[in-house]
Design a protein around this ligand. Sequence first.
Ligand code: SF4
Ligand code: SF4
Length: 111
Amino acid sequence: MKVGLIRCIQTEDMCPGTTCFKVMKGKKCAFEGVMEEIEIIGFNTCGGCPGKKAISRVQEMVKRGADTIVLASCITRGNPIGFSCPHAEKMKEAIVRKLGNSIKIVDYSHF
Ligand code: SF4
Ligand code: SF4
């Protein structure tokens, strides 16, 4: 699995991505049951509200080999402060529209 991960830019001051990296390495949470090796192609932010830059950023990740796009839990579940992204659904829809069905979208990273 070649992962491109997008996280919320607003949480950068609170989290350097530690749990995302840990769950990918240990194949836990969103990565439980993944049999193949997990390679991280890229780790980037949404670019700031309202998240429009996420679309071109995931396109770039796919260009560089990502076959799976992960929207981190700080976007979809509000980690670590319980404040999820108000634009998460639109962001995901726009990504799916742009990338089509050949790329897997995972809409969280950890619990
Ligand atoms: S999902 Fe969690 S660990 Fe990953 S970047 Fe966001 S707050 Fe950090
Ligand atoms: S668009 Fe969502 S994910 Fe991006 S900075 Fe704003 S709240 Fe965070």
